[in-house]
Structure formats: C-alpha cells, structure tokens
Design a protein around this ligand. Sequence first.
Ligand code: CTP
Length: 208
Amino acid sequence: MRILITAGPTREKIDPVRFITNCSSGKMGYSIAQAAVELGHEVVLVSGPVSISAPQGLSEFHGIESAKEMADKVFELFPACDAAIMVAAVADYRPAEICQSKMKKSDGDLYLRLERTTDILAGLGKLKQPEQTLVGFAAETDDLLANALGKLERKNLDWIVANKVSDGFGSATNTVILLGRDGSRVDVETADKLTVARKILDIVLPKA
Ligand code: CTP
C-alpha cells in the first residue's frame, strides 16, 4: 500500500523572527512511518519542523512549515494514496496578517488577530474514495472518547486514535484507544511509541 502520513507541529509566522506553534515532537507520526516501512509499505511522510531524524526507507519526505503548506502538499498527494494517517498537530489558527518587518514593542498590550486554517483531515474526509482508508488522531485533555467520536463522525474517518495529552506530547510512551466507524473499540496498552505504532497499523490497515 501507498500510505500518506503527516507528523509534527506547524509554524504560523507572526513576523520574520516569531511564530506560533505547539508541543508536538513528531515522535508518534515518525514511529507510525517507521512501522509502515517495516511492513513493506510505500510511505510518504509530510512533516512539520521536528528535531528527530526521518526513518530510513521512506518513499517520499516533504518538509513543510505552515498549515497552509501542509494542506497544499497533502491535497496534492492524497489521490494517489491507499491510506492517510494524520498524526500532525496542525495549527487551527494563524495570524491574520504576517508583518513583513520585525515588530517593535510599544508600552501598551499587543493583540494578535488569528484566523482559521483549513482542517486538512476534514477536507480529506470529503475527498475520500471508498477504497481509501482515512485515520485521524484526537489528542485531548478532557472528555477523550466523546471528543474523539465527534471527530470520527464529523471528519468522515474510518478510525480515530484517541490519546490523552497527559502522556502524549513529547513523551516516549503513549496510551491510545482506537475507535472505528463500525462502532468497534480497541484499547492499546501503554508502551513505547514504536510498539503502539505497530499495533495501530495492525488494526487500521485493511488486511490484504
Ligand atoms: N487536523 C488537520 N488539520 C487541522 C487540524 C487538525 O488535519 N487544521 C487533524 C490532525 O492531524 C488530527 C485531527 O485532525 O488527525 C484532530 O486534530 P485536533 O486538533 O485534535 O482536532 P480539531 O478538529 O482541531 O478539534 P478541536 O480543536 O476541537 O480539538
């Protein structure tokens, strides 16, 4: 199978020296990419800026910075893929204007107006063909299962991987629950991210 995977955070520029980002380390997405390569799949990885190295054996690697760059690349690549697993922590908002020069401080407070970015996964949910498998991640601090289920339905996914943020971001281990569109639920016990990645792929990828 040809599998598209997104990983890492995005960076949304404020001015030439500042940006908005999040705590994603990229480890979970990179582990899924590595596990997919080990299974012999063609893996296309689209990644935001991270400090870990890309797994060996990828078919394609595309480094991007902003949510817009990730969206453009993913929409271009998705039609030729059999599955997409969206692990990236994509910014939901970006500064409405990017200052072309470095912003100078003044005495008063500063207000930044933020505008919505495209929800890439929801867009793929609309484009998805019946033979394509679409998997999303839901990193939540509260109401884990209810929020994950909402995303599964709203974004037209085959599977959602629900994970509690408490041991998710930056951590070496992860604990996840998989929810399927057919109502199935699979609990994956706490383990290092590569072990969790292998179990996720075993469950979400259609059997040949
Ligand atoms: N996602 C995406 N594009 C975005 C935001 C999120 O593709 N602009 C994907 C993520 O890669 C992940 C899933 O959507 O697979 C869930 O992301 P999350 O930020 O947790 O959910 P949101 O839909 O943004 O919902 P909320 O902000 O309410 O938690």
